[in-house]
Design a protein around this ligand. Structure first.
Ligand SMILES: [Zn+2]
Length: 395
């Protein structure tokens, strides 16, 4: 078993948690200081990180650690430096940015999602490096804006940095489950344009509010049809078509038929569902809504589902490493949302798997925590997974 610096990885996680790296320029916050801390740690170890601005003040930090043991594949470790807001402080019983350790748990925003995972990727790579030469190389990446538009991951792919990468481990909190599948997310905006008229003379207008009603009913039927055609996935569950925002008219103008209305739709898909097809179906449903109301559909977010076979080397290496370190059989699961892994796999062409310390459902909640033992265990799993992947010892 590869020796890891257990105290170091926990202390580094605490140092990261103490940085409030939400994307909140109004409060003077960004990923920058967390990215700086990651880069400083890499330099301390003699690595030479490159820093790329995914957006102004929002850096991606990337270090390539050569094994010095001859030709071999390239493994990518991925983590994100941003965290979601701490929200209402009165909901917390600990300082969200205190990095406190109590009852065997490390508390704070980002402790699970995913500063412990990020720290584990660094310390696992360092541990493997100190254990001696290995074939190939490890690309250790701390990206910005996972919680927003995934600008960091998109920038990473656009810069060509996925070239030559053979597999990626994404260190999101998944409670020790090996997640090689992730749900897709498609967010649509439907704009309906009718004709404004006096409420007393609706016959002179074309009412987009009634078209909204027809569209909502049609979306419900579309969901039922998609669920019928694509049965619930064993790790991801059902396809959902959920209207989340409706905008039309004003309370001050109850006697006016508005000219426009908008419906926003959040679609969650499983492997096998084509996002282009769903968008086209929604456009068709909106178009036939009623009474000469014109419809226009725009795609706000398009993150396809991820479906990496468990026999893929990066997944197999991780599963074997999990068995080595924990003595337990790996449990396979699915990611309910999307992660940077979605971007790496779909647009970067890199098979990715999500695995990391922390509970699945604790992310984004008040009193977020991670078990200290889990951070260390995960660091060991990452180190073993890297060794197995790079040496081709997959079972
Ligand atoms: Zn995350």
């Amino acid at each position: 078993m590869i020796e890891v610096d257990a105290r170091g990885v926990v202390e580094f996680t605490r140092a990261l948690v103490r940085i409030p790296s939400t994307n909140d320029p109004a409060r003077g916050r960004s990923e920058q200081p967390a990215a700086d801390l990651v880069a400083a740690k890499m330099r301390e170890w003699g690595w030479e990180p490159s820093v790329y601005e995914a957006a102004p003040g929002r850096p991606n930090v990337v270090a390539v650690v050569e094994g010095g043991g001859g030709d071999g594949p390239t493994l990518m470790f991925e983590g994100h430096t941003d965290v979601v807001t701490e929200g209402d402080l009165s909901e917390w019983t600990v300082d969200p940015f205190g990095g406190e350790i109590r009852d065997g748990k490390l508390w704070g925003r980002g402790s699970a999602d995913m500063k412990s995972g990020l720290a584990a990727t660094l310390y696992a790579t360092r541990a493997l490096q100190l254990a001696g030469p290995f074939p190939g190389r490890i690309k250790v990446c701390a990206l910005a804006d996972e919680e927003g538009l995934m600008l960091g991951a998109h920038h990473f792919v656009a810069e060509g940095l996925t070239a030559g990468v053979d597999g990626a481990i994404v260190a999101e909190p998944e409670a020790g489950e090996i997640c090689a599948v992730a749900k897709g997310a498609l967010r649509l905006r439907v704009d309906l344009t009718g004709k404004m008229a006096h409420g007393a003379m609706p016959q002179h207008g074309r009412n987009p509010v009634e078209a909204v009603g027809a569209l909502l009913t049609a979306l419900r039927a579309l969901q039922a049809e998609l669920q019928e055609r694509h049965p619930a996935h064993e790790h991801l569950g059902e396809v959902y078509v959920t209207p989340t925002v409706v905008r039309a008219g004003t309370e001050e103008q109850v006697n006016v038929i508005p000219a426009t209305a908008s419906v926003f739709v959040d679609v969650r898909t499983v492997p096998g569902v084509s996002h282009d097809d769903v968008a086209a179906r929604v456009a068709a449903l909106a178009a036939v809504s009623r009474d000469g109301v014109a419809a226009d559909v725009s795609v706000l977010v398009d993150r396809p589902p991820v479906d990496v076979p468990v026999s893929t080397p990066v997944v197999a290496a991780l599963a074997a490493a999990h068995r080595d370190v924990t003595g337990a059989e790996p449990v396979y699961g699915g990611v309910p949302g999307s992660t940077d892994g979605t971007v790496l796999t779909h647009w970067g062409g890199v098979p990715s798997v999500v695995y990391g310390p922390g509970g699945k459902w604790i992310a984004h909640q008040a009193d977020e925590y991670v078990e200290v033992d889990e951070i260390v265990r995960c660091t060991r799993v990452f180190a073993e997974a890297a060794r197995r992947f790079l040496t081709g010892t997959l079972s």
